[in-house]
Write a protein that binds this ligand. Structure first.
Ligand SMILES: *Cc1c(COP(=O)(O)O)cnc(C)c1O
Length: 242
């Protein structure tokens, strides 16, 4: 075992224990919560080690970094199939690239992006691209996210839902959010759970809730998260840039 492999295995054991304990506290089955390893800033070799340790859901937030990593690992026949989750703010001109390797785009937060991604996915793929709608929990769109209580034709949550449903190249799976930086995570994730309930009342299959990062996974699981996105607790602290 390499040192890095042992380090990742250790971290994974700790994260799985935190996840199991949060699920137990919430009275939930941990099998209903998918662990996504957020490998941004870390090399493809780490993705490979994580896959060997059984983590095959991989999150990335920048196309420039994700595209070559996904391409490198795809050519490796020894790799188990990975599921790539694109979780970063996405510009329309990157949709073609992302639709080529992502299994899920979690950061759809405006009407124009839903249309561009739907067009790209329809041309490039034989199956629809799964998407989550990113929800803003602080009422602003600066860090990404559609606005649940707004009818704004570009950034309102329901206009974005309609835009995704209108694209045959996309399949709406649920919602995603990042906790606001200056507020407690629990109440914010409770608001996300409400948005999710309103969505599933309209679109019954769209029941995924992607919430929770290294610092707030317990609050997310207490509020119904079906996927958590864990970076630093698994891979180590990233250098402070971007
Ligand atoms: C980086 C990132 C994560 C992981 O954050 P950690 O605090 O390192 O666990 C999760 N979600 C998004 C959208 C991210 O950009």
């Amino acid at each position: 075992m390499t040192d890095r492999r042992a380090e990742l295995a250790d971290n994974l054991t700790r994260v799985r224990a935190r996840l199991a304990s949060a699920a137990a506290t919430a009275g939930r089955d941990p099998a209903g919560i998918t662990l996504i390893a957020v490998t941004k800033t870390y090399p493809a070799t780490d993705v490979r080690l994580l896959a060997e340790l059984g983590v095959t859901d991989i999150g990335e937030n920048r196309d420039q970094e994700a595209a070559p990593k996904a391409a490198e690992l795809r050519t490796d026949s020894a790799m188990p199939p990975l599921r790539w989750h694109f979780i970063g703010q996405l510009q329309r001109n990157k949709c073609r690239s992302v639709a080529g390797y992502a299994d899920v785009v979690q950061s759809v937060d405006r009407v124009s992006l839903a249309r561009a991604l739907g067009t790209a996915a329809g041309r490039l793929r034989d199956r629809p691209l799964a998407v989550l709608i990113q929800v803003s929990l602080d009422g602003a769109t600066g860090r990404g996210g559609a606005l649940p209580s707004s009818a704004d034709p570009e950034h309102g949550f329901w206009p974005v839902v309609e835009a995704v449903l209108a694209e045959s190249g996309l399949r709406l799976d649920g919602v995603m959010a990042v906790a606001p930086s200056e507020q407690p995570a629990g109440p914010a994730f409770a608001r996300l759970a409400q948005v999710s309930a309103q969505l599933t009342a309209q679109v019954s299959g769209a029941c995924a809730i992607s919430a929770g990062m290294s610092g707030d996974l317990a609050e997310a699981i207490a509020n119904g998260a079906t996927q958590v996105r864990i970076g630093s607790a698994l891979l180590g602290n990233r250098p402070r840039l971007r």
